[in-house]
Design a protein around this ligand. Structure first.
Ligand code: TRP
Length: 378
């Protein structure tokens, strides 16, 4: 700063600061350029801001009359950052992993909570009323973006707004859930990531481990669309392969224990899809099944970690990462209508060694060779 041109005083510093603050403002339609593009632009932007600041100083001269207005703007800084409402359906290891992945990837893209973005994180504890209340609040607050983890949370959010962009995470079947009509062309305010798995691949794995498998128990919540579509695939597979399906359905987590107990002694194995209700009660399911010597095949690695025997599933850290990237693209100005839903193509076999041992099952070498081995968490 050249003192001969214009010496700085306190008032000028406020004016200069005010230009920074004003440039940070943005409505939903205008949130842009904070991520990769933003990083590229940063130098130019700073130069422009410096210039604007200097011009501001000259325009105002050496007066201090704007001090109080500038003080207000200063206090408003956090309100000027884009706001994201994140709703997580319920507390279970997989959804927690996804949430952490989203936060990490948003930060990598330049959106750090409390610094460049404000994140309002809410957990609905698997309660439909909570889901409605949380989404209602997000909409009333006119947040810039909603991120919804798991199908029921995403359905709740999508039912509340056709305006605020929604990024869903880990929705097994986004079409069946009514969130998008076309995975490649979402067309509305909703897009995101899917953790679609193949019931056939999981059943092929089950039969590799248990070649004599003839009856399978299907344990799931009839209210979760994410489970319904996988169960449909399971039934088609069973029919083609001469396997009998015995259903044990629930509507909430307090019914899970009884449902799994009802299957014991009647089936060679149990199958549970990527069901949030069963996942919250998974340690109990695993214990009941192990006690009666019945393997449980599941839809997600966390359910293996919680005592299920095996799955062929997706990597949820990667899925959270992809979700965060989509969220960042929207914060950078892209339209959700044009962002295709991301599905995970990398399937891996996960096997719980402790469970195999407790069941006294010899796992074929062909499975061991390709499995990621997990052990039960205490
Ligand atoms: N796919 C589930 C849904 O659509 C959410 C989910 C992600 C999940 N990971 C999981 C459910 C693990 C059970 C276990 O709602």
């Amino acid at each position: 700063m050249n003192e001969r041109i214009c010496p700085l005083n306190k008032g000028q510093i406020f004016v200069f600061y005010n230009h920074f603050i004003l440039c940070g403002k943005g409505s939903r339609k205008k949130i842009k350029k904070r991520s990769k593009e933003g990083k590229k632009m940063t130098k130019n932007k700073i130069a422009a801001l410096l210039l604007t600041g200097l011009l501001g100083m000259f325009a105002v001269g050496c007066g201090t009359e704007e001090t109080s207005e500038n003080a207000t703007s200063q206090a408003d800084t956090t309100q000027d950052m884009p706001t994201i409402g994140i709703i997580q359906l319920v507390e279970h290891p997989s959804l927690n992993t996804i949430y952490e992945g989203i936060i990490a990837s948003l930060a990598e893209e330049g959106f750090v909570d409390g610094q460049t973005v404000t994140i309002d994180y809410q957990n609905a504890q698997n309660d439909p009323t909570n889901q409605q209340t949380i989404c209602q609040k997000f909409v009333e607050n006119d947040y810039d973006l909603i991120v919804a983890i798991a199908t029921p949370a995403a359905q709740s959010a999508a039912g509340r707004t056709k305006d605020i962009p929604i990024v869903f995470s880990a929705v097994t079947d986004p079409i069946e859930a009514g969130l998008v009509a076309d995975l490649n062309n979402p067309g509305g305010n909703v897009t995101g990531t899917s953790d679609a798995v193949s019931a056939s691949a999981i059943m092929d794995l089950a039969r590799e481990i248990q070649p004599d498998l003839k009856t399978i128990g299907a344990l799931y919540n009839t209210g979760e669309t994410n489970s319904m579509s996988v169960i449909r695939d399971l039934k088609a597979y069973a029919e083609e392969n001469g396997i009998e399906v015995i259903e044990a359905t629930v509507t909430n987590s307090s019914e899970v224990q009884q449902a799994v107990t009802s299957l014991m002694g009647r089936v060679d194995a149990v199958f549970s899809p990527i069901d949030n209700t069963v996942a919250t009660a998974m340690p109990l399911v695993a214990k009941t099944a192990i006690d009666s010597g019945t393997p449980v095949y599941v839809g997600a690695d966390s359910m293996v970690q919680d005592g299920g025997l095996a799955t062929c599933g997706v990597n949820y850290t990667m899925l959270g990462d992809e979700t965060g990237k989509i969220a960042a693209r929207i914060l950078n100005g892209e339209n959700p209508a044009d962002i295709p839903v991301v599905t995970m193509n990398d399937f891996a076999v996960y096997l719980n060694e402790d469970t195999a041992e407790a069941l006294g099952i010899e796992i074929p070498q062909t499975v061991m060779d390709r499995a990621t081995i997990l052990t039960s968490q205490e």
